[in-house]
Design a protein around this ligand. Structure first.
Ligand code: NAP
Length: 356
């Protein structure tokens, strides 16, 4: 009985950048989480000291959870009463703050770009490269700290790297070309001015193409015991902002080393079960890939919340006259592409005994 009671105690967690778009999504997704409980919220000097309900310009469709409403917003210094922190910090400040927390012994799950490419920091998608968590002891050793940083990818990289994972393993990817149509929520709040985006397409998102091109190769790279050897194939990305609220869509062409068919690729993704599904992690989608047969799907309006926003929707798998195959991907950029990805990483860490 005693033992059962102890097992049910949730792990206290903090949110850095709790007032922002990603921070709010963490708060929403962690409401009623079976393993984690938010005990601390932290943000900038502008908002710290206020109650969360007064500090945040809340933009979620459900109200601020009652347990969070009256929490005091703390400064982002490593004096929070929890050992695990999720970071949705502005990339202008995330780098040193996340390092301070890790050095002080915290486990940091970061959404920001700052440490994704550090040689000793795992950039993880649990369905694709869970073995990259092997970098944690390397990082602890290099930095002489008990804490550590684990990152998740940029939101556009997420759906591309997720889809390429099983395909690369089975047929060896040789080249990738991707054009994205990215939702406005990816730019945070208030983000892109309505007069710039309504009835318009903006063919530039600062730094995005570079992130997709390199992060994809790190995620699909090989852990060599000390660092990650990047996957060898080149990725060419063209990123566009479009007038969609949530859901990034990607048109992808792929060249493969091994011969296959569109039907084989569809069946590979449809039947793929990853580590989070095997471990039944609480935030894992039942199936990581939702392969859609209708010629005009996926569409963000109808499909963005499928499998609670945690699946990558895949459609239009067909031959390509320049490369071998082309397909359309779509996923929820602030759920699977941001906060949901960090939470799934934390669940994997817990399942592997790495949150102790
Ligand atoms: P955001 O809405 O602008 O939120 C930024 C957060 O950082 C706010 O809580 C803000 O607190 C806090 N902050 C700013 N300056 C600070 C400082 N000096 N010290 C401590 N806290 C500070 O941004 P976002 O869209 O949520 O993005 C957050 C991070 O996630 C970024 O690195 C972004 O690139 C990444 N990301 C975003 C998405 C997405 O879809 N939006 C997807 C993947 C990754 P105050 O309210 O106090 O200013």
């Amino acid at each position: 009985m005693e033992n059962k009671k102890a097992m049910s105690v949730k792990i206290p967690v903090g949110i850095l950048g709790a007032t922002g778009a990603v921070g709010q999504k963490f708060i929403k997704l962690l409401e009623d989480h079976p393993w984690f409980e938010i005990t601390e919220v932290a943000a900038s000097e502008r908002t710290s000291g206020k109650l969360y309900g007064d500090a945040a310009s809340w933009k979620q469709v459900t109200p601020i959870p009652a347990a969070i409403h009256n929490l005091e917003v703390k400064p982002c210094t490593p004096e929070l009463k929890c050992r695990v922190v999720f970071s949705g910090l502005d990339a202008n400040v995330a780098g040193p703050i996340e390092e301070d927390f890790a050095r002080a012994g915290y486990i940091v799950l970061s959404n920001s770009k700052n440490h994704r490419l550090d040689e000793d920091v795992p950039l993880v998608i649990p369905e694709v490269n869970p073995d990259h968590l092997g970098l944690i002891p390397v990082q602890r050793q290099n930095r002489q700290s008990k804490g550590y940083i684990v990152t998740n990818s940029n939101c556009t990289t997420m759906f591309l790297a997720m889809a390429l994972g099983p395909i690369h393993k089975a047929f060896k990817v040789e080249k990738v070309f991707m054009v994205s149509m990215q939702a406005v929520s990816g730019a945070g709040y208030p983000g892109v001015a309505s007069l710039d985006i309504l009835g318009n397409v903006i063919p530039y998102i600062g730094g995005e193409e570079e992130k997709v091109e390199i992060e994809t190769r790190k995620i699909l790279g090989t852990f060599n015991g000390k660092t990650i050897d990047l996957a060898e194939f080149p990725v060419s990305a063209q990123c566009n902002r479009v007038a969609v609220e949530d859901g990034h869509t990607e048109s992808v062409s792929i060249k493969l080393a091994k011969k296959t068919t569109a039907a084989e690729i569809a069946s590979l993704l449809e039947n793929y079960i990853g580590v989070p599904q095997k471990l039944r992690l609480p935030s894992a989608p039942e199936k990581p890939y939702l392969v859609m047969e209708a010629q005009d799907r996926p569409q963000p309006r109808f499909d963005v919340n499928r499998h609670k926003g945690m699946a990558t929707c895949v459609g239009r798998i067909r031959p390509c006259s320049i490369f071998d195959f082309k397909l359309t991907l779509m996923g929820h950029n602030t759920v699977r592409g941001a906060a949901g990805a960090s939470i799934l990483n934390a669940e994997l860490l817990k399942a592997q005994g790495l949150l102790e």
